[in-house]
Ligand binder design. Structure first.
Ligand code: IVH
Length: 709
């Protein structure tokens, strides 16, 4: 990099001006790449040198300083859009607890998991068991540092990816651009997660200002925080004076380094990383409850909104053993404070049909504002709920809403009043149970042991719409541009009339596509190319797309590991019940659902069609399904010896190959792992003698699942 020299100053002013312009353009380009596209095109030293050169020239020739010069402001000019960025680790949410029993059930659940690993949670009385802290009602944020330097801030978004708000984040007074690096322990990356909030005092000030300017006010501090952070112009974010509280370091290496959450908080304290000092360390659930009460008392005094308390296990190693579901960690739980309640009138009930065929009653209410949010609908769950609440049309009902939770009808005030001067047995709901589906008029029915009412027509247009939407969705076949409206139109125009014809979307002609609303040549080409691209999907996505009851994303991935292609999957039969149940995470009910689904002759037809569509890609498919880049099996040589109760050696060989490994017949120094089953003989002894690692079947799957789920 050419550095500024004094000879430059002897140049003509016009040349200096040109040089300044060039430097400004260069610096702005690198800033844009860095902040908006997350790429460092030059090293920090090179960037600093450019900046220094510009500053020095401007100092000598102040008349050439322009307001848009990078030396005059931090890089916070208007961005064209907030770019999407994938999180290093998904940002999942928290399970809620409302009663003491929820907490004791939670504890019982994780204690059981620990016991399986022979760990007694209460063994060491000295060790801090729980940390209880406020649950901030704000906007989740992830900040990543590399070698101690801030590199990006990303909102929670959908949990997998969020919006890059690095520029905005840097305008916060509490923001830290550098954090002492704890490498080599942390693999150079350090991530802190927390919550962006707007203080209540700032919120009031802002709304007064907005109202004076005749502008729309924010309904809650949380909405204001979200709106202020996600600004294209970061200077607006700066004016909004947001605050942040950090509470999590999700990277495993960091957690291994800190070992416990209280030590992480001490690190935050030492290095002035903003966090909430009102946290409590607890040894038992009774202490946890006392801490929750203390936080609830403090609630009014806080200058920021909290909607509960979060109870977390302190020890990171235990957290890792306890693990997470796809949606929330099992090592933490949110205690929600009572929600705000208001009265309104129940106007009528609409029965909505979901993709599983279940009819859900939805209450239409007279619109009310709760905590700044307009509410005119509430779910009533099912008929039992309506009966239990003794609801009738035109009743005055008590409604509550807390945070993002869908509004809930707590009780009927009218029914309660009637009961005061009538016998409780004479007050009941007159709302009739629909005998036919509101969409297709087919009779409704209930499954044994279920409260839910269902439409009996598996090809009910509303069910098909929901199923098709799921089939093509981002988490399933991920067909770009295939949204709800297209799904609805396909069903309404009867281009598809039954589930087993879903594969037809891959064979629709251009004339078929032209029937879809607003579809012209370009959109037809786009959808056809999106469909073509989707045929390289990993096999688990096809399983997920089928929408089998109880088989979500996580279970689909697990199933694909055991049944990595159509041939294996469609051969699951009643005799596979035990094998399925032995797979971690699959219960008896789900196992039976899978079998029934696969054995349905209509579904078999669909599988045949899908197999043809996805056939050419099945190999790469399944290899991709295990994220081959990360798989610990990639390029590894395995030897399988002995027998296995539920798997043939060929099954295991397929799994290994699908995950990028190879299977060889005899053990040598080049072998990476030997998978040992029952009655393993010579190969096992030989492997032991030359120090090749042995894997039991469960270790084999643990290794595989470790990086794949
Ligand atoms: S810990 C794996 N601690 O609440 C999730 N979250 O309802 C661990 N939240 O997504 C999160 N205060 O955005 C944690 N003290 C706190 C929190 C907190 C607010 C948010 C967070 C999370 C949401 C779940």
């Amino acid at each position: 990099m050419k550095l500024f020299t004094d000879t430059d100053l002897q140049q003509q002013p016009e040349e200096i001006k040109k040089k300044i312009e060039k430097l400004k353009t260069k610096i702005l380009y690198y800033q844009k790449e860095y902040y908006e596209n997350n790429t460092s095109k030059i090293s920090d030293t090179e960037f600093d040198a450019l900046f220094h050169e510009l500053k020095h020239l401007e100092l000598q020739y102040p008349k050439f300083i322009t307001p848009d010069s990078p030396t005059q402001k931090i890089y916070n000019t208007t961005q064209t859009k907030l770019t999407k960025t994938k999180h290093l680790v998904p940002m999942i949410s928290l399970e809620n607890a409302f009663h003491e029993k929820d907490l004791s059930d939670w504890e019982e659940r994780f204690i059981k998991i620990l016991e399986k690993s022979h760990i007694n949670f209460y063994k060491d009385p000295q060790e801090i068991k729980y940390i209880v802290e406020p649950k901030f009602d704000g906007l989740g944020i992830s900040c990543v540092y590399k070698n101690g330097k801030f590199i990006r801030a990303v909102t929670r978004g959908n949990g997998e990816e969020g919006e890059n708000v690095s520029l905005n984040m840097q305008t916060l007074e509490d923001h830290k651009n550098t954090i002492p690096s704890i490498t080599p322990h942390t693999n150079s990356l350090f991530e802190i997660r927390g919550e962006i909030v707007m203080k209540k005092s700032i919120f009031k000030e802002l709304n007064t200002k907005l109202s004076a300017e005749n502008k729309k006010q924010f309904s809650t501090p949380r909405n204001a925080a979200s709106g202020s952070l996600r600004q294209l112009d970061a200077t607006i974010t700066k004016q909004r004076k947001l605050s942040v509280f950090f509470y999590e370091t999700p990277l495993k290496e960091t957690q291994n380094y800190f070992t416990t959450y209280d030590k992480t908080l001490s690190f935050f304290e030492k290095h002035h990383i903003p966090y909430c000092k009102h946290y409590y360390t607890c040894q038992t659930l009774s202490e946890v409850l006392r801490a929750i009460k203390k936080i609830e008392k403090l609630r009014e005094n806080f200058d920021f909104d909290i909607d509960g308390a979060v109870i977390k296990i302190n020890n990171y190693h235990l957290r890792e053993i306890i693990g997470s579901t796809g949606h929330h960690p099992r090592w933490a739980i949110a205690w929600k404070f009572p929600a705000i309640q208001v009265q309104t009138q129940l106007q009528h009930i609409e029965w909505q049909v979901g993709r599983t065929g279940v009819l859900t009653p939805v209450a239409h209410l007279q619109e009310v504002v709760i905590d700044g949010v307009k509410v005119n609908r509430a779910t009533l769950h099912n008929m039992d709920y309506i009966k239990e609440k003794k609801l009738n049309i035109h009743d005055t009902v008590l409604l509550e809403r807390s945070g993002d939770v869908i509004p809930k009808i707590i009780k009927s005030i009218t029914a309660e009043q009637k009961e005061q001067y009538q016998s409780p047995h004479t007050v009941f709901s007159h709302i009739p149970l629909p005998t036919t589906c509101p969409i297709c008029n087919a009779p409704t029915y209930k499954k044994q042991d279920e409260v839910a009412l269902r439409c009996s027509n598996t090809n009910c247009p509303q069910i098909l719409k929901g199923k098709l939407e799921h089939f093509v969705s981002k988490k399933c076949l991920n067909i770009k541009g295939f949204g709800t409206e297209i799904c609805d139109d396909i069903i309404e125009k009867k281009l598809i009339t039954q589930f087993s014809d879903f594969s037809h979307i891959y064979t629709f002609s251009s004339t078929d596509w032209a029937k879809i609303k607003n579809f012209k040549q370009k959109s037809i080409e786009n959808i056809q190319s999106a469909l073509k691209n989707s045929t390289t999907q990993p096999f688990w996505r096809i399983i997920h797309a089928l929408g089998i009851t109880g088989v979500g994303e996580k279970t689909s991935k697990i199933l694909a590991q055991h049944y990595p292609h159509f041939r294996a999957f469609t051969h699951i039969s009643q005799t596979s019940l035990e094998t399925l149940q032995n797979i971690h995470d699959i219960g008896e009910k789900t196992a039976q659902e899978i079998i029934t689904f696969i054995q349905n002759t209509e579904h078999q037809k669909l599988f045949e069609q899908l197999e043809i569509i996805f056939q050419t890609n099945t190999r790469t498919n399944t290899a991709l399904s295990s994220s081959s880049k990360k798989t610990p099996f990639l390029h590894k040589k395995f030897v399988i010896t002995g027998s296995f109760p539920h798997h043939s050696r060929d099954d295991l060989k397929t799994i290994i190959e699908e995950h990028g490994g190879t299977c060889v017949g005899s053990v040598s120094k080049k072998t990476d792992y030997v998978v040992v089953g029952d009655k393993a003989g010579q190969k096992k002894t030989h492997a032991e003698s030359i120090g090749i690692p042995l894997l039991t079947l469960s270790e084999f799957f643990t290794l595989l699942n470790h990086t794949n789920t």
